[in-house]
Design a binder for this molecule. Structure first.
Ligand SMILES: C[S@@+](CC[C@H](N)C(=O)[O-])C[C@H]1O[C@@H](n2cnc3c(N)ncnc32)[C@H](O)[C@@H]1O
Length: 230
């Protein structure tokens, strides 16, 4: 079993990420055609972490998505349930407090964080609503959430080109750089079956988040959703 199926059984998802951990960051750079760096800058700007704030970076993988918050002077806790990804992260940045945990049963107290964020992780969690409720629970009143996830281009011609890239060009490209190309077939399929921007916003509201809004990046290839806990 080299890839998860679309019912996203947690043991299959964790095992798939264990297998891609070593080349994960390099593969990201290649298949996103370098856009991942721009997306991460936009996430950091949206979270706007201040020195001393506590930030949870959920589904942090190797911790690459956590680094911008440490640069801002915040105390960031990268959390993930793939021990392979966490181990790779620990090798690269031994000082990061990488923490094992499941998004649907977070090992943190209520109101522990000023800000919570998740980049390219929520789509892989089997129970999205449970993860959104857990993110809400561990956020302080007055705190905020930022979700960065692949989404759906809004301009129809670009959407057609992008979907062709996902389904036809991406798998052979991944075969060149990645030891487990089947994981990138899962990537393409899971992006296509992911909710549209407005639908994800409604899910955030259902979990209790207020002032929910989103911004499209790269024409909607990625969307940044944000919300607040009053
Ligand atoms: C595509 S990687 C994203 C890693 C990192 N946030 C980044 O931006 O590079 C998705 C991560 O989600 C994690 N993940 C998926 N489901 C999870 C869950 N239920 N609990 C914790 N982590 C989960 C996987 O283990 C994987 O490391």
């Amino acid at each position: 079993m080299n890839r998860a199926s679309l019912d996203k059984q947690p043991h299959e998802v964790a095992s798939m990420f264990d297998k891609v951990a070593k080349n994960y960051d390099l593969t990201n750079d290649v298949i996103s055609l370098g856009q991942d760096r721009y997306w991460r800058k936009q996430v950091a700007a949206a979270v706007a972490a201040r020195p001393g704030e506590k930030v949870l970076d959920l589904a942090a993988g190797t911790g690459t998505s956590s680094l911008p918050f440490t640069r801002a002077g915040a105390f960031v806790v990268p959390c993930d349930f793939s021990l392979g990804m966490l181990t790779e992260g620990k090798k690269r940045n031994p000082w990061l407090p990488l923490t094992a945990g499941d998004a649907t049963k977070l090992p943190f107290q209520d109101g522990a964080f000023d800000a919570v964020t998740i980049s390219f992780g929520l789509r892989n969690v089997q129970d999205t609503d449970a993860a959104l409720r857990e993110l809400y629970r561990v956020t302080k009143p007055g705190g905020r959430v930022v979700i960065c996830e692949f989404s759906h281009p809004t301009w129809a011609p670009f959407r057609t080109v992008y979907e062709e890239y996902l389904m036809r060009a991406l798998p052979p490209l991944a075969r060149q750089v990645c030891s487990n190309p089947e994981a990138y077939e899962y990537l393409a399929e899971s992006i296509q079956s992911w909710p549209e921007q407005a639908e994800l916003a409604a899910m955030l509201q259902k979990a209790g988040w207020e002032k929910v809004a989103w911004r499209n990046l790269t024409g909607g290839v990625v969307a940044l959703h944000r919300g607040a806990k009053s």
